[in-house]
Design a protein around this ligand. Sequence first.
Ligand code: FBP
Ligand code: MG
Ligand code: MG
Length: 312
Amino acid sequence: MPVIEPDKIPADLLPVIEALCATGIDVAATIARGPLGQSLGAGVGENTGGDQQKALDVMADEAFEKALGPAGVKYYASEEQESVLTLGGEKFALAIDPLDGSSNIDVNVSIGTIFSVFPAGAGPEESFLRPASEQIAAGYIIFGPQCGLVVTFGSGTLMYVLDPADTCFKLVETGLSIPASAKEYAINAGYRRHWPDYVRSYVEQAEAGKDGPRGKDFGFRWVASLVAETHRILSRGGVFLYTGDARPAYARGRLRMVYEVAPMAFLVEQAGGKATNGKDPILSLSATELHQKIPFVFGAAEEVDHVAGLHG
Ligand SMILES: O=P(O)(O)OC[C@H]1O[C@](O)(COP(=O)(O)O)[C@@H](O)[C@@H]1O
Ligand SMILES: [Mg+2]
Ligand SMILES: [Mg+2]
């Protein structure tokens, strides 16, 4: 039985996408059982980035690592591992956030797996420390009310939904498109007192709504799962901000260039949106360290441009 409809997937990448889907189906089944199975949200340690690791972070990482070597992945860079692993494949370098939105594991809110694929480079680190524009595929699996796959190979952004009847990801959209203007913004407003001026100005203008300089009302959203925020923005528009702020260790925000920001930027730009570090396009930038964080603003083109204007 196929795990995904293969028609729109480049032939050389099909084994990688199939391995991601097959593993995603297993992870989805584990998540769906929640407290009926083993404790998924229990703390089990700390990763290199200093985040607490939960049981599901580690289980998902082990499952993807195991599946991807035989699918052609040579270098495997995971948010949950300190350095790049060399697997059995030859062609590809794959970066992964095996479980995004860890704080939502135990509360039955959408979480996901984010991935980014480059052609394998000269060595493990060189394969990932390069311009984000050199990605040849990027996407995420969302574990939500529906399990879905959103992916780009550089010619549009595709959406698949997992059909529970035959556990096959089926194509539902071929050209996702983010409207240029937005009516919703997403930011963790709990950190307001730490924000830089350009973020404070952006949010104050949005909050002023029709009566302010933007001349329209905005709704506010925050799920605390990047995958879920991206899915909403790809589905109905909006803008997302997780910039640097004045908290210790948050000068470059929270999100990682290699595992989270570069792949989401590729998906968003392929859907007609924009993705910056507040000012410069993410796709023009390279990570200089594997676990490097970077400020991230993405979504509706007009909003991302407006933020860049305030950034100066
Ligand atoms: O808890 P905060 O500061 O609002 O951060 C939420 C962000 O952190 C993340 O959960 C980080 O990802 P991980 O769960 O993979 O560490 C994002 O999904 C989300 O956007
Ligand atoms: Mg994450
Ligand atoms: Mg994670």
